[in-house]
Design a protein around this ligand. Sequence first.
Ligand SMILES: Nc1nc(=O)c2c([nH]1)NC[C@@H]1CN(c3ccc(C(=O)N[C@@H](CCC(=O)O)C(=O)O)cc3)C=[N+]21
Length: 297
Amino acid sequence: MTDIIDGNAVAAEIRAGLADGIDTLADAGVTPCLATVLMSNDPASETYVSMKHSDCEEVGIEARDFEIDPEAPAEELYDTIDELNADPSVHGILVQMPVPDHVDEREVLRRIDPAKDVDGFHPENVGRLVAGHPRFKPCTPHGIQKLLAATDVETEGADVAVVGRSNIVGKPMANLLIQKSELGNATVTVCHSRTENLADKTRAADIVVAAVGIPEFITGEMLSEGVTVIDVGINRVDADTEKGYELVGDVEYESAKAKAGAITPVPGGVGPMTRAMLLWNTVKAAGDAEAVDVNLP
Ligand SMILES: Nc1nc(=O)c2c([nH]1)NC[C@@H]1CN(c3ccc(C(=O)N[C@@H](CCC(=O)O)C(=O)O)cc3)C=[N+]21
C-alpha cells in the first residue's frame, strides 16, 4: 500500500510543538512577531498571506499586515522594509513573492535584515546554508526534511533526484540534503529543463522531489517501484469547480501513486509544511533577537 503523506497532520504537529518555545518567550515578556508585506493584487498571493496570518494567530505569533499598491514606486516597498528592520518588536519579515516587475527582487532580498529573514533568501543566509551552518533554512525544503523524518524515510545514503533548480526550492533542497547532518547525508542529482534523459535520473532515485512548476510533469513511468515522491507543485489549472480552478501538483498523482511507496498529495502535502516552517523560523528569530533559549520541534 502506498503511504499518503499527510502534510496537514505533520504541520499541525509542528505548530503544536512550537508552543513550548512560544511559552518560554512569553515568560521573558516577548511575543514573536511576523510582518508580512504584500505588493500584489494576485488572488493566490492574497490567499497565501491570509493563511499565514491565521497560522500565526493559532500559535500565538503576532502577525502584522503591510499592503503596498502594486503600482506604487519600488521605494515604497524598500522604505517599508527599512522601517520593519528598525522596529525591534518585529522579529520576522516576509515580502510575498512575486513582486511587480518594476521592483528589483534582488534588492528586496538584500534589503531585509538577515536576522529577520525568515524566508532564508538573503544572500548572507544563502551563503551560510551552502557553507553548512544555516541560520534560517528556507521553509519549503526544511518542511520537506521534516515530512521525510515524520514518514521514517531515511535520507542518509539515499539517492535523491531534485527536479527544479530554483533559489527557493531546488537549490536549497539539494544543499540541505547533502549536508553532513541529520536529515542530510543523501546523494543528490539536481535536474532541470536542460537535463537530458530525465527519466533515467528519476528512475534511479529513492526519493524524487518535484519542484518545476509544470502541472503533472512527473509521471509514474518515470519512477521506480517503492520510491518516495515529494510534490512541491501548487498549480492552479482552470476547472469546472466552485472556485473555477483546481490545484494540481508537478506530479501526475494517480500514475505516480501506483509506483510510489509514499507520496505527498496536492493540496495537503508540502504546502502546509512551508507555512509551518515559517512559524518555526519566526520563533527562532524571536529567540535569537531577544537572547532567549527556545526549544524548537
Ligand atoms: N516570500 C515568500 N515566501 C513564501 O514562502 C512564498 C512566497 N513568497 N510566494 C508564494 C509561495 C507559495 N507559498 C505557499 C505556501 C503554502 C501553500 C499552501 O499551504 N497550500 C495549501 C493549499 C492552498 C490553497 O488551497 O490554495 C496546500 O498545498 O495544501 C501554498 C503556497 C509560499 N510562498
